[in-house]
Design a protein around this ligand. Structure first.
Ligand SMILES: *Cc1c(COP(=O)(O)O)cnc(C)c1O
Length: 459
């Protein structure tokens, strides 16, 4: 591997948080007590926590300084105006409604923009996004390109919308029965795969013909912008901020989970250009979140978010972010470990089907792989496979998704390359002893979103 391809951390460390390394004997007991579910481990018992990149970001000295100038007035906080100006400048939308996190924005958008029975096409679903769409009477339709479902197909922009699928849906259902197109940049469940600028332009052209609105899930838009700069012709010399600005010029609005690309621990927002929609959103935000000038966030949180968004536009930050994830993936590929390719923006996904060929999908290979990785190393990861997919409401059978994966999600600015080496070595060691990974069976299975709290034992 060419180590020069990977830039060193573009920051120096000013405050540290000590983590404890426990023994394998202790972890044997701890994972058993947690029912072989990494969600049920205590954070204090984890050495390197790759459960999620959501809200786990490290803030900068400037963001922490911003916390001190929080204006906690109930209405008209100065930090709201700072956030509003920043969002306007970066994304170009006229109106912003702050929310406590991304799903708060999804809740409001789904209520004001979906009429019961309408269709909501999107590039693969996300759990909370789809939940709110369906709860408001929408029918989600997956219009991502077929390539997104193939874990080992290494092509760029696997998050793209298949325009033929969108055209077919419009022809079959009628434009008036489509609430809006929901376009996620990047696509989390496809492995953090980006969408090309070309695809965004084409989606805009097609929807303009029929007067259909397009709302982006902006959650990881900065990672998406980096992939465009790196891999799409014509953007080599364009700044991240200009790429982000162009991306959102093809949208009517967006929902944002600040816990990801705004580099903060909590917060979110909803944006739009349409004044009527904005008025509708303001009526709901007071019911679910708070005044339209704080929407569930403290003044200090809005300040940290405004500063974090600006920092996310810095090339050195986002280059390091994406390449650190890639470094971990490349080290695993070099050792012959099966992962989803190409390596996405926020996580490396182990392909548990190929990692554990001795287990059937009904023996929960990804669940067991995540539990065993913790046992070996103290590294916490997450199952994204048959357990997460749940059961069919009608037949009661397990959904059996094509992708049976373990997600190693990298928090922003928290870990160093040396931590990535530790994780890679642990996975490689486990791969050498992979036949020791045992099948699991449920001892407790919750009815809803079972992956969060289910318990298992070894077969
Ligand atoms: C996390 C996430 C959300 C939901 O945001 P929360 O802040 O967790 O409510 C929506 N979409 C995507 C793609 C996400 O990753």
């Amino acid at each position: 591997m060419n180590y020069e391809l990977f830039p060193a951390e573009p920051f120096r460390i000013k405050a540290v948080e000590t983590v404890r390394m426990n023994t394998r004997e202790e972890r044997t007991e701890l994972i058993k007590e947690a029912g072989y579910n990494t969600f049920l481990l205590n954070s204090d018992d984890v050495y390197i926590d790759l459960l999620t990149d959501s809200g786990t970001n490290a803030m900068s000295d400037k963001q922490w300084a911003g916390m001190m100038i929080g204006d906690e007035a109930y209405a008209g906080s100065r930090n709201f105006f700072h956030l509003k100006e920043t969002v306007e400048e970066i994304f170009g939308f006229k109106y912003i409604v702050p929310t406590h996190q991304g799903r708060g924005a999804e809740n409001i958008l789904s209520q004001i923009a979906i009429k019961p029975g309408q269709y909501v096409p999107g590039n693969m679903y996300f759990t909370t996004t789809r939940y709110h769409q369906e709860r408001n009477g929408g029918n989600f339709v997956d219009i991502i390109c077929d390539e997104a479902h193939d874990a080992s197909l290494d092509i760029p922009f696997k998050g793209n919308i298949d325009l033929n699928k969108l055209q077919k849906l419009i022809d079959e259902k009628g434009a008036e029965n489509i609430a809006y197109v929901c376009l996620a940049v990047t696509v989390n469940l496809a492995g953090g795969q980006p969408v090309s600028m070309q695809n965004m332009r084409e989606v805009r052209e097609l929807t303009n013909k029929y007067g259909i609105k397009v709302f982006y899930d902006a959650t990881r838009c900065v990672e998406n912008a980096y992939f465009i700069k790196e891999q799409e012709a014509g953007f080599e010399n364009t700044s991240i901020q200009d790429i982000v600005h162009e991306m959102f010029s093809y949208a009517d609005g967006c929902t944002m989970s600040g816990k990801k690309d705004c580099i903060v621990n909590i917060g979110g927002f909803l944006c739009m250009n349409d004044e009527q929609l904005y008025n509708d959103a303001k009526e709901l935000v007071v019911v679910y979140e708070g005044m339209p000038s704080y929407g569930g966030m403290a003044g200090r949180d809005m300040e940290a978010m405004a500063i974090g968004l600006k920092e996310a536009m810095q090339f050195e930050y986002i280059e390091h972010r994406v390449k650190q994830v890639r470094y971990l993936g490349e080290r695993l590929l070099e050792a012959g470990i099966p992962i989803i390719e190409p390596i996405g923006g926020h996580a490396v996904f182990l392909d548990a089907r190929r990692f554990c060929p001795h287990l059937t999908q009904e023996q929960f290979p990804a669940q067991s792989l995540a539990a065993t990785l913790y046992l070996y190393s103290g590294v916490r990861s997450m199952e994204r496979g048959i357990v997460s997919a749940g059961r069919d409401k009608v037949t009661g059978k397990n959904h059996a998704p094509k992708l049976e994966t373990v997600r190693l999600t990298i928090p922003r600015r928290v870990y160093t390359y040396r931590h990535m080496d530790y994780v890679a070595n642990a996975v490689i060691h486990l791969y050498e002893e992979r036949e020791k990974i045992k099948g699991l069976k449920f001892v407790y299975e919750p009815k809803q979103l079972r992956f969060f709290t289910a318990r298992f034992e070894e077969i």
